[in-house]
Write a protein that binds this ligand. Structure first.
Ligand SMILES: Nc1nc2c(ncn2[C@@H]2O[C@H](COP(=O)(O)OP(=O)(O)OP(=O)(O)O)[C@@H](O)[C@H]2O)c(=O)[nH]1
Ligand SMILES: [Zn+2]
Length: 370
């Protein structure tokens, strides 16, 4: 007799990063809905609709009234690239019925006083921060990227790109990168010579979701293409001619031949540290550890007795400039938090005013329009 053992652990969406966590979230959404739902992952998002990848390919989907309402109340709740969603068929069209709970996200801080944070990518496992070997490295920028990634709940990995361009300086460059990224995996790579690509490809495990961060020209697209062995992303050279000729929505969810998913998000121009010091403190774990050993819990590390941070600086174990950058980023994070709080307060006031105005209006109508 021929017994076929079916593998119950496999799911058609495994290549997109389907997991027990997502599966449970989808089941919960299904139970809450009276319609039959289908799971999918957003490959491109616009204001009123998304392109969603389901097991059969990409489908356009409108956002349901409930999803639109949530997005109006909190723009960060709108479907974004990488989101897992529950779809429902409505006549000829698909509707995004629910956005499933997110894990790691990459968030761009609202810049203006009243602007909202924007989620650039959702359900991100690892962020590959690319720093070109021939142009630095810029340690301050690296620390900002690291803080941003930790704050969003993903795991940072660093790539020193264009390694062959650094020549004799390469060991020095890598050493500097490691010194500001203690405990973090660093890959030294070159899309042109192939250095380090195999090691990186091995780390991009099937079902894991990655985002590449780095300044324009850092070599992100070239690296993805070199690891994939084919052109998945437009690089600097050909992007120039293509600009303005895009007729279809640009798909941002890329499947690597090795099984990982790469979310191709628009470049992050301004790196604001989010309004939480956790991301900053994690980035500066070496300094935070020392600070925990100061005699006074509220030590400002400015010359108080028993300050372990100052002692480390004096002993040459901690770079004074790193300490200064830690202080600066923490202050910035605090400022951003205060700004976010102020925005929330003014929104609540506005909602409250609208509600009371509507209440008065209803009262007036009840009294016969007087
Ligand atoms: N010498 C050398 N040049 C590289 C390497 N990787 C990328 N480049 C070049 O660097 C330039 C920028 O590369 P891209 O891959 O487009 O950079 P990017 O980070 O994707 O840029 P944006 O999309 O603008 O953010 C291109 O001219 C590439 O040919 C490398 O390993 N060695
Ligand atoms: Zn101290």
């Amino acid at each position: 007799m021929n017994i076929r053992v079916s593998d119950t652990s496999s799911h058609p969406l495994d290549p997109l990063g389907w997991s027990p966590r997502v599966s449970a979230a989808f089941d919960a959404a299904s139970r809450a809905s009276e319609h039959p739902l289908v799971p999918g992952r957003v490959s491109a998002a616009r204001r009123g609709g998304s392109v969603v990848r389901v097991s059969g390919g990409d489908v356009p989907a409108d956002h349901s009234p409930a999803v639109l309402r949530d997005a109006r109340a909190d723009p960060a709740a709108a479907p974004c690239t990488g989101d897992w969603v529950a779809l429902r068929r409505s006549g000829d069209t698909w509707l995004v019925e629910a956005v499933l709970e997110r894990s790691g996200t990459l968030v761009r801080q609202g810049i203006a006083k009243d602007s909202h944070d924007q989620v650039l990518a959702a359900n991100v496992d690892r962020v590959l921060i690319c720093e070109a070997a021939d142009q630095g490295p810029n340690v301050g920028r690296l620390e900002r990227f690291l803080s941003l990634v930790w704050a969003g709940g993903a795991e940072p990995v660093v790539a020193v790109t264009k390694a062959e361009l650094a020549g004799d300086r390469l060991p020095e460059v890598v050493e500097l990168v490691r010194s500001v990224a203690p405990g973090i995996e660093v890959h030294v790579v070159s899309a042109h010579t192939g250095q380090g690509l195999e090691g990186l490809a091995e780390r991009m495990a099937p079902g894991t979701t990655w985002v590449l961060l780095g300044t324009s020209g850092a070599g992100k697209s070239s690296l993805v293409n070199a690891v994939a062995g084919r052109d998945l992303m437009d690089t600097g050279e050909i992007r120039g001619d293509k600009r303005g000729r895009h007729t279809t929505t640009h798909r941002q969810l890329l499947s690597m031949p090795g099984g990982a998913v790469v979310l191709d998000i628009p470049g992050v121009r301004r790196i604001d540290v989010p309004g939480e010091t956790e991301g900053v403190d994690r980035t500066f774990a070496d300094v935070t550890d020392l600070a925990g050993r100061c005699r006074f819990r509220d030590c400002a590390h400015g010359g108080e007795p028993g300050c372990a941070v100052r002692a480390a600086v004096d002993a040459g174990e901690l770079d004074l400039s790193r300490l200064e950058r830690w202080n600066r980023l923490r202050r910035e994070a605090e400022r951003n938090r205060a700004r976010g709080d102020a925005r929330l307060r003014s929104e609540q006031t506005r909602k409250w005013k609208t509600a009371t105005r509507e209440g008065r209006e209803r009262g007036r109508l009840k009294r016969g329009g007087r």
